[in-house]
Design a protein around this ligand. Structure first.
Ligand code: NAP
Length: 263
């Protein structure tokens, strides 16, 4: 299937590692011009070089924190100046820490809102008007299966990602007539540094070994294994494509069947 991504300009936020990186790789392989950001300069620059080498496409990169609205604004302007337009924006950030309600302080809540919700708003504010000018666009948020079924211990993620889902559904309605689709993609357990960190936290709290934590997750998943970042990225690439033009306002789980709900 030709996804029609050749020559499209795609921003992928928080993309030096894990899911963001896999999405940037997939879009570059499909022929898009890709721009990535993350906070740590060295790893980000290496990722841009790696993707450039294997896709043969120039990858624009800039170190920034997605919670900084002016840095996001300057980044989007720089990408437009470099590639001439913005067609696709995939929002992403690191995940908030695992904690109980009792031990979560007001500043932890504020930080999770900045990290998950405000970062998405900053990218949406910058990219949607540019997509609107071209009457074509794709805004895709990376959220979590937690928006369909809360994950034990992930209080902040369970709570704040629901707001991102509401935002995306509302934007889908507002921008559909401009040829812009807005969708959430919800990873289940996918093997990345974030999951290793989560397993280590649970292991320290419960006394079970990290491999036992992974095994317990695998037992929960009908596919009986974790997902790969590439399996996740393939779905994002489809949503970003020409072929997904009538698909908007959805939240698609890429989770090996983890979420048991009918819809
Ligand atoms: P990851 O492997 O830890 O990668 C996170 C990426 O985001 C890195 O490139 C990191 O680089 C960047 N980043 C983090 N905070 C940032 C910030 N404030 N500004 C700019 N860049 C930032 O995580 P992942 O597994 O790919 O997860 C991505 C998202 O999906 C997270 O929100 C996570 O909670 C969610 N999720 C993941 C899974 C899973 O199983 N992996 C499941 C459900 C949901 P720097 O640290 O250098 O900035």
């Amino acid at each position: 299937m030709d996804l029609g991504l050749t020559g499209r300009v795609a921003i992928v936020a928080a993309a030096s590692k894990g899911l963001g990186r896999a999405v940037a790789e997939e879009l570059a392989h499909e022929g898009a011009h890709v721009a990535i950001c993350a906070r740590t300069t060295g790893i980000l620059a290496q990722t841009a070089t790696d993707i450039q080498k294997c896709s043969g496409r120039e990858v624009f990169h800039r170190a920034l924190d997605v919670t900084d609205s002016s840095a996001v604004g300057a980044f989007v302007s720089a990408v437009e100046a470099r590639f001439g337009r913005i067609d696709i924006c995939v929002t992403n950030s690191g995940g908030p820490p695992s904690n109980s309600f009792k031990n979560t302080k007001p500043e932890d809540w504020r930080s999770a809102v900045d990290q998950l919700l405000m970062s998405t708003i900053f990218f949406a504010r910058e990219t949607l008007p540019r997509m609107q000018k071209n009457r074509w666009g794709r805004l895709i948020t990376i959220t979590s299966s937690a928006v369909k079924q809360p994950v034990d211990g992930l209080l902040l993620s369970n709570s704040v990602r629901a707001a991102v889902t509401g935002l995306a559904r509302t934007l889908a309605n507002e921008y559909a007539a401009d040829g812009i689709t807005v969708n959430n993609v919800c990873p289940g357990y996918t093997r990345t540094a974030r999951l290793d960190h989560l397993a280590a936290t649970i292991s320290a709290r419960t006394g079970s070994k990290p491999e036992e934590v992974f095994a317990s997750w695998e037992r929960e998943i009908p596919a009986r294994r974790l997902g790969t970042p590439q399996e996740f990225a393939a779905v994002v690439a489809f949503l970003a494509s020409e072929r997904a033009s009538y698909l908007t306002g959805t939240s698609i789980a890429v989770d090996g069947g983890l979420i048991r709900s009918l819809l």
